[in-house]
Write a protein that binds this ligand. Structure first.
Ligand code: GTP
Ligand code: MG
Length: 316
C-alpha cells in the first residue's frame, strides 16, 4: 500500500557546551584558561528523491534526530560539529509544520532545511581578559526543540490512466514504465494507485477502475481521482473485448465530469487496449466509433512504443 500521508517528529542536534578548563603542567602551573567551544548541532533536511514509496519508511520510525555537537575540549579544542541528517522523501511531498507553514519539494534533488542545529557554546578561553585571567564563564550550547511535521505526497504524475475495471490499465502501466504492478483477469485488481516512471522522465499514474456511479461512491468511488487531477494528459483505456465500447467511453467520461469539470476537459488520448483480441477490421470499427487513433496490445511492442512516443510528444 502506498503511504501518502504521515506524521513524523524531527529534532536538530543540540549545540555542544563550551567548557571551563585551565592549562597547567610542571613548568606552567597556572597556564591560563584554555576551555574550548562546543560544536554546532547538525541540521535536519528533507531531500526529494524519485522513489515514490519513500514515505513508507516512516511507518515504523517516527522520530528523526540529527547529531548534537560535542562539548569543547581542553587546550582550546572545539567540540566536533554534529552531523546533519538528510531525510529522503518522494518528490511531490509537502511538509507542513504544526504552525501551518509548509514547504513543497517538487524537484528531484531539492534539499530543504527543516530544523537548524543549535549553536555551540563558547568555552572559558574566550572570556579571558586583562582583568580576568581565570574566567569561570562558559556558555551552554543552544538546545533545540522537537518539531512535528505532516508529510503529504501529492502525486505529480503527468499522465493518468483511466477506464473501466479490467480495461488493461495496469498492464499498460507495466509496459510503459518500469512498474511491476499486479494484473489479473477480474475487476478491481488495482485497489490503490500505482505509479510508474517512464524512461522519458515522466510519471504515469494508474488508478483503480471506475464504474457507473463512481462519482456518488459506487465501486472504489472517486477518492483516487484526486491523484490524477494534476496530470497533463489522460489515457482513456477501452478494451477491444468490450461489447459496447462507446458506452464504456461515455460511462467513464460522465463519471469524470461528475467529479470535476477540470478533469473532464483535460487532454485525452483514447486507446483501444487488448487489440490482439480482435481482427484488424473489427479494431478499425471500434476505433472509428470511439474516435481513437491509438490501439495497444501488451504482446505488440510496436504498439506500446507508438503510444509511448505519442505521450512524450504530447507532454510539454
Ligand atoms: N490479450 C490481452 N490481454 C490483456 C492485455 N492487456 C491486459 N490484458 C489482460 O486483461 C486483464 C486485466 O488487466 P489489468 O491490467 O489488470 O486491468 P486493469 O484495467 O488494471 O483492471 P483493474 O485494476 O481491475 O481496474 C488481465 O488478465 C490482463 O492480462 C492485452 O493487450 N492483450
Ligand atoms: Mg489495475
Amino acid at each position: 500500500m502506498l503511504t501518502d500521508e504521515i506524521h513524523i517528529t524531527i529534532k536538530a542536534g543540540d549545540g555542544g557546551d563550551g567548557i571551563v578548563h585551565f592549562y597547567h603542567d610542571a613548568f606552567r602551573p597556572k597556564g591560563g584558561p584554555d576551555g574550548g567551544d562546543g560544536g554546532n548541532g547538525g541540521d535536519v533536511y528533507l531531500q526529494a528523491v524519485s522513489d515514490i514509496t519513500k514515505l513508507g519508511q516512516f511507518r515504523h520510525t517516527k522520530v528523526y534526530k540529527a547529531e548534537s555537537g560535542q562539548a569543547g575540549g581542553r587546550n582550546k579544542r572545539s567540540g566536533k560539529n554534529g552531523q546533519d541528517l538528510v531525510i529522503q522523501v518522494p518528490v511531490g511531498t509537502i511538509a507542513t509544520y504544526d504552525n501551518g507553514t509548509s514547504v513543497e519539494l517538487d524537484k528531484v534533488g531539492q534539499k530543504q532545511l527543516m530544523a537548524r542545529g543549535g549553536q555551540g557554546g563558547r568555552g572559558n578561553f574566550v572570556f579571558r581578559s586583562s582583568t580576568n585571567q581565570t574566567p569561570q564563564e562558559f556558555e551552554e550550547g543552544t538546545k533545540t526543540q522537537e518539531k512535528k511535521l505532516f508529510l503529504q505526497l501529492k502525486l505529480i504524475a503527468q499522465v493518468g490512466l483511466i477506464g473501466l475495471p479490467n480495461a488493461g490499465k495496469t498492464s499498460l502501466l507495466n509496459e510503459l514504465t518500469s512498474a511491476n504492478a499486479r494484473v489479473a483477469n477480474y475487476s478491481f485488481t488495482t485497489l490503490e494507485p500505482n505509479l510508474g516512471f517512464a524512461k522519458a522522465g515522466y510519471i504515469i499514474a494508474d488508478i483503480p477502475g471506475l464504474i457507473e456511479g463512481a462519482a456518488t461512491g459506487k465501486g472504489l468511488g472517486i477518492k483516487f481521482l484526486k491523484h490524477i487531477e494534476r496530470t497533463q494528459i489522460l489515457v482513456h483505456c477501452i478494451s477491444a473485448e468490450s461489447q459496447d465500447p462507446l458506452k464504456d467511453y461515455q460511462t467513464i467520461h460522465q463519471e469524470i465530469s461528475n467529479y470535476s469539470s477540470v478533469l473532464a476537459k483535460k487532454k485525452e488520448i483514447i486507446v483501444v487496449t487488448k487489440s490482439d483480441t480482435v481482427d484488424s477490421k473489427k479494431l478499425k470499427e471500434i476505433q472509428k466509433i470511439i474516435k481513437s487513433k491509438t490501439a495497444t496490445s501488451i504482446i505488440d511492442d510496436d504498439s506500446i512504443k507508438k503510444l509511448s512516443n505519442l505521450l512524450t510528444k504530447s507532454l510539454d
